[in-house]
Each structure stands twice: as C-alpha cells, then as structure tokens.
Design a protein around this ligand. Structure first.
Ligand SMILES: [Zn+2]
Length: 440
C-alpha cells in the first residue's frame, strides 16, 4: 500500500505543462511523490489515489516554476541607487565604486537573502547568480530550499573577495566538488564579459568548464559600443572571438545579445549556445534590442532573465516575460511574434535547458522534479477569462502568485514564505539603506 501512497495531490482549475507545447489541461491535476511529479491525470483518477495530502486550487493555474536565468542577486541592496544612466557611466562611476566600498560576505549574504525572497514570492523557483562570494550564495540556496545555478565570478581585475583570477578560482573550484551531486545547486563559471576577460583567462575557463562539465555564463554583445570597440581594436566581433577561443557550445549562456548579425546567428546555431534575454535591463540602460523572434525562428534557445536589481529594478520574471512578449512583437514588426504560450515556455523550459537542467525541471512531466507555481487568476483584473495563459502573460502581475514548491516541498503558502522571515528581511534592508544612503 505504501508504494502507492502519494505525498501530495494538487487539483488546480488549469494545468499548463508547457511540454507538450500550447496545452492547457482542464479538470486535471498532478500527484507528487519523493519530490517528483509521479502522475499527471484527470481529476477523477487522481481522487481515487491514496495520498497524504490533497489540495484543491480553485481559480488557479498550475505551471512549472519560473526560471530566472540571469541575475546578480546581492545587488538587490543597490536597487534604485543609480538610475537613468548609460551602461558605461553606471558601471564605472557608480556600481563598481559602490561594490569596492560595500561588498563583502555580509553584503552578499543579506542581499542574496532579500533577492531570493523577492523571487520566490514572484513565482521564481530557480535562479542563476553571477556575483561575488559564491560560497556564501551556495549556503543560502541550500538553506532556502530553492534551486539555482551559481557562477564563479571571473574578471581580469580585483573584485570583492578575490584580488585576482587565481584567488577567485581558489575559492570557487572546491564548490564544484562539494556540490557535485547536489539535487538543487549547479555550479558554473561566470566570466563577466569579453571586454573584462582576456584570452588567457578565457582559455582557463574553457578548460575548467570542460573538466567539470559545467556551464559558462557571460554578458555578450550587451551594447553596440562593446561590439564597435572590439571590432576597432581587433577587427573581430566579440562572439567570433569567443568561437575562435573554443568557448561556445551547448553549455554556453550568452546574456543580452542585443547586437546580432547573420554571422552571430550562424555561430549560435552551429554551437548550440543559448541566449539569455534581459529586456528590461536592456531598455533601462538603452542597450539595444535582442531580436527574439529571429533567434527563435533560427532554432536558437532563448531564455529570460531579470538581470540585477540595480539595473531593472525588480526581480519580477512574470513582468519581464510580459515585456519580452510585447517587445518581441515591436522588434519583429509583427503582432504574431512570441505568443503567450511561447513566452511562458521561454520563462520555464527554455530557461531550464539553458542552465543544463532541462531533464530535471522546466515543464510538468512525470519523472521531473516537482518545481511548481500556482497562479491565482480569480481576481477582477483577469475576468472574463477565455484563455488562462493569455491572462497570465498579458493581464496578470506577480501578485497573483499564491503558492510555490521546489522538489515537492512547499516554500510559499498563500503568499507567505515558509523558510524565510519577511520581517527580519525588512529590518535588514533598512539597516543597509541607512548605511549606504549617506554615500549618495
Ligand atoms: Zn548582468
């Protein structure tokens, strides 16, 4: 009998598995056992099963947890500190000096905790982090119950916690061993950008990534200026240089890619590299527009990220997905570009694939980990409701996120965080605000 006992059965009004594409299941639910989706079936069949707990989710859409493929979690503490500036000024005159002054392991601990809480409340069950003190981030992710890709920061100049690349790798590499079989954490490399990482370092990252079977995430072609400067200096576009150095492959995650010509598309196609689209960061820094529809049509996997809270300024992947869907149409000059279903796919399964987690999460399929979000579509703003996915992408905000589970464990219940103390997070944020504000 115990073999047939399920831990939890969820019975939503709509179930959107994402795979197969474009499907909305009505009068269906799923059963969870040992952290995995054990059964997806019609409601009547599920009700005949034995389960420890059965939950009705009336008016709710159950979908895979959202996957935020690019961010700098601890930068949540810099939210709103330097707005309305171009990328180079923002980085050189504001962000890098502030990081030099303030970022230590305490900053990363507190900023990451705040970012994780914000993300989970917005339906994000898995995020990628590119920041300093990855060992601190790993501890927090472990304790939070969330899923994450954590990248080792690699830059050819001193950064908080690591005066040089050797030191960054010295701290970071042991994590690949200790977390090798971790069920929720995947370590990767985060060389910052082509213009901050030289060839020698790039080759080290390439070889280490191959050795550990790890992903590599990098900001690439974020602005026209970046591409122009590289072409002027070397005659080579940054993506072409990465290809020549052997950096590209299905493990490579190119963040931004707002500047794309046909040669870039060919390189992405040949290599199987992924594009991580961060539309709101690109809009706010006036960096340019990633041609999502063109990439999608070329068969390139495009996922979505918020980027850091210092350049967005929220970690709201549902909002980001709506922006992406709207922007894709404007950039393509076609209202048929990036449908609501494809936008949701970009925020879930495409994200999982980009992070090398496509076999584990990103869609509701039997055997995958039970990373789930229940969106409440019963509010006035979502009525009348003809198409729940359209309503989710075009007419809902992250406030409609009611519950979230990671690997079958509920982490958000009726908008309440179960593993984090929201009052303590607010107090902590106010303390940092008081400390950082005089520097403004
Ligand atoms: Zn970024």
């Amino acid at each position: 009998m115990s073999d047939n006992l399920f831990d939890l059965i969820l019975l939503p009004t709509w179930l959107v598995p994402v795979e197969p594409a474009g499907v909305v299941l009505i009068d269906h639910g799923l059963a969870i056992r040992d952290g995995r989706i054990a059964r997806i079936a019609p409601r009547a069949q599920l009700l005949a099963l034995a389960a420890t707990d059965v939950r009705e989710l009336p008016g709710m859409l159950l979908a895979p947890g959202l996957i935020n493929t690019h961010g700098h979690a601890a930068m949540s503490l810099f939210r709103g500190m330097a707005d309305d500036l171009p990328l180079a000024t923002w980085l050189h005159e504001h962000i890098w000096p502030a990081e030099k002054t303030w970022v230590d392991s305490d900053f990363v601990r507190d900023g990451t905790a705040l970012a994780m809480a914000e993300q989970l409340k917005g339906g994000i069950t898995c995020f990628s982090d590119m920041y300093f003190y990855p060992e601190v981030v790993a501890e927090l992710v472990e304790a939070s119950g969330m899923r994450a890709q954590i990248t080792i920061p690699v830059l050819d100049f001193p950064v908080p916690g690591a005066p040089d690349v050797d030191e960054a790798l010295l701290h970071g590499l042991p994590l690949f061993e200790t977390l090798r079989n971790h069920p929720r954490i995947r370590m990767a490399f985060g060389p910052h950008a082509p213009y901050t990482v030289g060839d020698a370092t790039m080759l080290r990252v390439r070889d280490l990534a191959a050795e550990f079977g790890a992903g590599v995430q990098m900001h690439v072609h974020e602005t026209a200026g970046e591409v122009e400067a590289a072409v002027q200096a070397s005659g080579e576009r940054p993506l072409a240089r990465l290809a020549r150095l052997g950096m590209l492959g299905p493990h490579f995650q190119a963040v931004h890619m707002t500047q794309i010509d046909d040669s870039d598309i060919a390189l992405l196609q040949e290599s199987g590299a992924h594009v991580l689209h961060c539309p709101e960061s690109n809009l706010k820094l006036a960096s340019g527009f990633c041609p999502v529809e063109k990439l999608w049509q070329a068969g390139i996997n495009v996922a979505i990220g918020t980027d850091g809270a210092a350049s967005n300024n929220d970690l709201d992947l549902l909002g980001e997905t709506r922006t992406a869907a709207l922007l894709a149409k404007a950039v393509a000059g076609s209202a048929t570009a990036l449908s609501a279903h494809n936008a949701l796919r970009m925020a879930t399964l495409n994200g999982a694939r980009a992070l090398g987690m496509g076999e584990e999460v990103g869609s509701l399929e039997e055997g995958k980990a039970a990373d789930l979000v229940a969106f409440d579509l019963s509010g006035l703003a979502q009525q009348p409701l003809y198409d729940p996915v359209s309503q989710l992408i075009y007419a809902s905000t992250r406030d409609c996120v009611r519950h979230a589970w990671v690997a079958g464990e509920q982490l958000l219940d009726d908008r309440r965080l179960l593993r984090q103390d929201e009052a303590a997070l607010l107090t902590m944020s106010h303390t940092w605000q008081a400390r950082l504000a005089p520097a403004q």
